[in-house]
Write a protein that binds this ligand. Structure first.
Ligand code: FEO
Length: 163
């Protein structure tokens, strides 16, 4: 059985993951409208990943005999700046998600809940990947420094994301 605190935090994490999906979907729409299909595809795949993250928590809560409680999802930000601004926002957002996952892990340690720690290990590793991916794109966009030709090339690279 999950502790009451850890259960509440995992339910809150479902909401955060779904908000992430919503945020990245909004970013995907923004890029679609700007005719940057590679960026839009990257964001759309990212939104699907976030939904899968939420589903992992959803299933795990059930596996541990807990009650899933779904709360309202906030509307995502909708006025975005340059692609670099957007990806800096992704970077910041993922850092906040990492802090949240670390908080869950700390609670699992406090509870001596070894099973939850094993489950959360996957997310600890995933956050390393998530931050790395956002940082990579920030790096590319900083490299091209707003040049339309550079942006066109980065957009082409973004199409390569497979999952
Ligand atoms: Fe589910 Fe992007 O962290």
């Amino acid at each position: 059985m999950l502790s009451k605190t850890l259960l509440a935090e995992m339910n809150a994490q479902i909401n955060k993951e779904l908000y992430s999906a919503y945020l990245y979907l909004a970013m995907s729409a923004h890029f679609e409208e700007a005719n940057l299909g590679g960026f839009a595809k990257w964001m759309s795949l990212q939104a699907k990943e976030e939904q899968e993250h939420a589903e992992k928590f959803y299933e795990y809560i059930h596996d541990r005999g807990g009650k899933v409680e779904l709360k309202a999802i906030d509307a995502p930000v909708s006025n975005f700046g340059t692609p670099l601004d957007v990806f800096k926002l992704v970077q910041e957002h993922e850092k906040a998600v990492t802090a949240s996952i670390n908080g869950l892990y700390a609670q699992a340690v406090k509870d001596n809940d070894y099973a939850a720690q094993v489950f959360l290990n996957w997310f600890v590793n995933e956050q390393v990947e998530e931050e790395k991916n956002a940082t990579e794109v920030v790096g590319w966009l900083e490299m091209v420094g707003g040049s339309p030709n550079g942006l066109f090339q980065v957009n082409g690279l973004m199409y390569r994301r497979a999952e």
